[in-house]
Design a protein around this ligand. Structure first.
Ligand code: GLV
Length: 320
């Protein structure tokens, strides 16, 4: 009998074809998110699962799924999975590192340019039929070229963002809890500074750290207060790293100039006060969403699932 697996949300047809060659597959191509109880029920007789970042995998769920051997997240971030609870239950957990770095970095640049140069605000103005004539001081924005880019978190995605800054001839600074090797700094053209310097010197601050209890509201009122009043804050990492209420207060008061956000506290139920602000560009957690990259992510997760249930050695194991 083939192992039984659940695909918790809609995936590409070729991913299902690949899985069906190895497994008895139940898939949620209707794409209606499972409630926690429904997910536990659907997984109660399964050997493995292809999950997404909105599926919570914790001790409570694992206790109801005695056959489960592996959960393969279609995401690089895995804060939806309690990895320790998985290890305690003897369940492997995997993610999809590497395949989304460039697409996520490209999108970070879309947010940087859109927020600094007020692209979405100006587009809304044109669409509303409000454009009646050219003005010298219309939609004045901030230059990106030659500005100082501050990168909080110079991992794979942060590094890809840094490399793209070369074309804009920027001064690139980064902060990490631990300084990175000189060859990485050189390849990125990025100089190490402490967190305070990063906040106070950046014209554009972009965040690329994973979410965990250690990074919860890492950028809050006190940190935003250190930024320049002309600064732009970009966040395409994970909701929860920025204190959105503090950010809204800062954007309203002009403590900083603008923000570009792909992720939010408690998404998709974002703070409604964001909608009242013109100086924020918002997108629905799509930084990795190019056709090729979302396919690659789903296929890599499927490859992890096949490897886990055939050899016990998935390539992107989080809890060896
Ligand atoms: C997307 O947010 C991911 O973590 O891959």
């Amino acid at each position: 009998m083939k192992p039984r697996v659940l695909v918790t949300r809609e995936v590409f047809a070729e991913v299902l074809d690949y899985l069906e060659r190895h497994f008895d597959v139940s898939s949620n191509q209707a794409d209606q998110p499972f409630s926690p109880d429904a997910l536990a029920k659907a997984l109660s007789d399964k050997d493995g699962a292809l999950t997404v970042l909105t599926d919570r995998i914790d001790a409570g769920l694992l206790a109801k799924c005695p056959k489960l051997k592996v959960v393969c997240n279609i995401a690089v971030g895995y804060n939806n999975i309690d990895v320790k609870a998985c290890s305690d239950a003897g369940v492997m957990a995997t993610n999809t590192p590497g395949v989304l770095d460039d697409s996520t970095a490209d999108f970070t640049w879309a947010l940087i340019l859109a927020a600094a140069r007020r692209v979405t605000e100006a587009e809304a103005y044109v669409r509303a039929g409000e454009w009646k004539g050219w003005k010298l001081k219309q939609f004045l924005g901030a230059d990106v070229h030659h500005a100082t880019l501050g990168i909080l978190g110079l991992g794979r995605i942060g590094q890809a963002v840094a490399r793209r800054a070369r074309g804009f001839e920027m001064n690139v600074l980064y902060h990490e809890p631990k300084r990175l090797p000189a060859d990485v700094e050189k390849a990125c053209g990025a100089a190490y500074v402490n967190f305070y310097e990063l906040l106070s010197r950046a014209d554009i601050l972009t965040i690329h750290v994973p979410y965990s209890s250690a990074t919860h509201h890492l950028v809050g009122a006190a940190q935003i207060a250190k930024m320049k009043p002309t600064a732009v804050l970009i966040h395409a990492a994970r909701g929860g790293v920025v204190d959105d209420a503090a950010l809204i207060a800062a954007l309203r008061r002009g403590t900083i100039a603008a923000a570009g956000l792909d992720v939010f506290d408690n998404e998709p139920a974002l703070n409604p006060d964001f909608l009242k602000l013109a100086n924020v560009v918002m997108t629905p957690h799509i930084a990795s969403s190019s056709t090729a990259t979302r396919r690659n992510m789903a296929m890599l997760a499927a490859e992890n699932l096949v490897a886990a249930l055939t050899t016990g050695k998935p390539p992107n194991l989080l809890n060896p």
